[in-house]
Design a protein around this ligand. Structure first.
Ligand code: SF4
Length: 419
């Protein structure tokens, strides 16, 4: 059996093409079109989410390719907070008037920030951006940095959803993953999380070094027994530029990993979790709204070191990224240049980018959304849709765009047909 792994880049947790970002341009490329000819084709702005990146961790995990840096000494939280606020202020003209539907404070390990920093950050955002009344505000936490007083302070500051990076409940496996916490700390962090937040997610990984199916099942069953309402289960992959890539551990083979994936899906379904995205499982009504906005090709502004954005206006849609190194980011923000790259998404690339996200959703999306989010009539990709249906990868039906059972299994192939 083939392993069902999706080798596409995830920035801020969203699927984007690895080749999609080029050199910095301060504004969209010059064009000889008149103002009335320049049109993104959108009839309304997509929902807007805000991502805030915290780039430090206590220690770098050997499998991690995120923009996270080992915190050496004290983190200058005041300087980073000031840079985040300036970055946001400089970005306001691109998103003026649009309410934010969700905020995600990710990293790195944002639970390293103090309660005061979190409070000042969320207050600064609220004072500069209109927020939907019921906006979801998520923060990522590492069990090794969990403290009851801090969790209470994050909640009081306005965080209403916690996402805890547990990865495994097996101390041996946690050691082999280079995690700073053990299983007891993970359980304590979840308990504290459930006491303080309405909604808690835990991240788990499977196909870990020398993991057996029984061990993977123990992790999933333990995760379910904690009472969390959302669980993300990721297949461990060896990403370039990680310590594991340079000296790979012994991992379960593809067949064993596929059996684990089947087990994960079966155990979570039996426990009442809906499998709504490739790696995401939620109790009814508990899906992550921030990530759903990525997967339905909404807009997002990313601030902080290395954060990525995808934004739209009446003329165009574009991607941009912030400087990756925390020091360069703070310096460049002070110089008025937070962005390292800015690139328009070409009309030819929009269908592939839309599908790369939407087809991760097991229920797919309403067919109308393609036109609403890309500005392109669905009829323009009709032949491609027919071809994927002929191959049995896309489900039949004109109302929705949805992967078939086989499409879910061979998602790379399905997405590849639209790229
Ligand atoms: S704690 Fe998370 S973000 Fe930090 S190094 Fe480990 S995996 Fe990466």
């Amino acid at each position: 059996m083939m392993a069902r792994v999706i080798p596409i880049a995830l920035f801020n947790g969203v699927a984007t093409p690895r080749s999609g970002v080029q050199g910095m341009q301060s504004s969209p490329a010059p064009t000889d079109k008149t103002a009335s000819e320049r049109s993104s084709g959108l009839v309304a702005p997509p929902p807007l989410a805000l991502y805030v990146h915290w780039p430090w961790c206590v220690k770098k995990c050997p499998y991690c390719d995120f923009n996270s840096h080992e915190a050496k000494g004290e983190i200058d939280q005041a300087a980073y907070l000031a840079a985040l606020i300036s970055d946001l202020e400089m970005a306001l003209p691109a998103i003026w008037g649009r309410p934010v539907v969700s905020i995600f404070i990710g990293g790195g390990t944002p639970s390293l920030m103090s309660g005061e920093t979190c409070e000042a950050l969320l207050a600064a955002i609220r004072m500069r951006l209109p927020m939907q009344a019921d906006a979801e505000v998520t923060m990522e936490a590492n069990p090794g940095t969990a403290e009851a007083a801090k969790f209470a302070a994050f909640r009081a500051a306005g965080v209403n959803r916690l996402s805890i990076g547990v990865q495994s409940f097996d101390d041996e496996k946690l050691k082999s993953l280079g995690r700073i916490h053990d299983s007891a700390e993970a359980r304590r962090a979840i308990e504290m999380g459930l006491k303080n937040f309405e909604r808690v997610n835990i991240d788990l990984m499977y196909a870990l070094p020398q993991q057996t199916l029984a061990q993977a099942q123990h992790d999933i069953d333990t995760g379910i027994s904690t009472g969390v309402s959302h669980l993300s289960a990721y297949h461990l992959t060896l990403e370039p530029n990680t310590a594991f890539h340079h000296s790979p551990p012994s991992l379960p083979d593809d067949d064993a990993a596929a059996d684990m994936q089947d087990m994960v899906e079966a155990q979570l379904a039996a426990a009442g979790f809906e499998h709504y995205e490739t790696s995401a499982f939620a109790k009814p009504g508990q899906r992550c709204r921030h990530n759903l906005n990525y997967w339905t090709f909404g807009d997002y502004l990313g601030i902080g070191a290395g954060a990525h954005s995808k934004l739209s206006n009446h003329e165009t849609q574009w991607r941009e990224a912030r400087h990756r190194s925390p020091r360069a980011y703070v310096e460049q923000v002070a110089a008025g240049k937070p962005k390292s790259t800015h690139q328009e998404i070409s009309r030819a690339d929009l269908p592939g980018e839309f599908m790369m996200n939407a087809l991760r959703l097991n229920d797919g999306v309403n067919a109308r959304l393609f036109r609403e989010r890309t500005g392109i009539p669905l009829s323009e990709i009709h032949q491609l849709v027919l071809a994927t249906r002929r191959e049995g990868l896309l489900a039949e039906g004109d109302e929705s765009i949805r992967p078939s059972e086989m499409g879910r299994r061979y998602l790379n192939r399905l997405i590849g047909m639209f790229l």
